[in-house]
Design a protein around this ligand. Structure first.
Ligand SMILES: N[C@@H](CCC(=O)N[C@@H](CS)C(=O)NCC(=O)O)C(=O)O
Length: 220
């Protein structure tokens, strides 16, 4: 029995997608919306003490933090070859990518907060948005130089791709991707994977972003 605590097109997409890659999509998906009360109530709080998604119930345990879940799944389902364990030549790059994906996602989260989730009278801070947009672009430039091709690591698909793929879904709403041709090709290749399509079909159309692109607001 695999139960995923999930916000559609949130970080838990990483876990949904990886489980699809493994041929074991969740038996049950409990869906939440950012900001809703249920994210701070027993249920999610029992399995993720800060009320964050993803959390996964699997193998008789519960586990939260997407990077930890991805590593756990790669290690416990090692026959798929999605992990890079101790001794593997790609181990260091794999671990870096798992952590770096969260460096990048935390910038996206700040931009989501400012652009999407603040309610009047709260207003987005143009300074914070500008800074985080520039910092997000820095991480994309770095990733452009790191990615091997159709997968992050030269030897093929890994948990690193599940971590980074979610970011490449979200980042283009805030940063123009024209300067990053390798990332655009990488993202297109990820989206073409049958398991990605399966996960995207489970999700349905994204309802997070109302516009195609969010400009940095002008300071008045
Ligand atoms: N580092 C954590 C971050 C989890 C996280 O912040 N998830 C967001 C959604 S993408 C969340 O649950 N937000 C709820 C909130 O901020 O109240 C992970 O990778 O799992």
């Amino acid at each position: 029995m695999i139960r995923l605590h999930h916000v559609p097109w949130g970080r838990s997409f990483r876990v949904l997608w990886l489980l699809c890659e493994m041929g074991t999509p969740p038996d049950e998906i409990i869906r939440y919306r950012i900001g809703e009360r249920a994210m701070r109530e027993p249920g999610l709080m029992d399995v993720s003490p800060a009320g964050r998604i993803p959390a996964l119930e699997i193998d008789g345990i519960t586990i939260f933090e997407s990077g930890a879940i991805v590593q756990y799944l790669c290690e416990t389902r090692s026959d798929h070859g999605f992990g890079r364990g101790p001794g593997d030549v790609e181990r260091v790059r794999f671990l870096e990518a798992i952590g770096f994906a969260e460096t990048q996602a935390s910038l996206i989260e700040q931009l989501n907060l400012n652009h999407l989730f603040l309610r009047p009278p709260a207003k987005p801070s143009p300074t914070v948005v500008k800074l985080n947009t520039l910092r997000l672009a820095d991480t994309l430039r770095a990733l452009e130089g790191m990615v091997a091709g159709e997968t992050f690591l030269p030897s093929g698909f890994s948990g690193a791709d599940a971590m980074l793929g979610f970011n490449l879904f979200a980042a283009p709403y805030y940063v123009r991707m024209d300067p990053y041709p390798r990332l655009r090709a990488y993202w297109a290749a990820l989206q073409a994977r049958p398991a990605f399509r399966q996960a995207a079909e489970i999700e349905g159309p994204q309802a997070f972003y109302a516009r195609d692109f969010y400009e940095v607001p002008v300071d008045v």
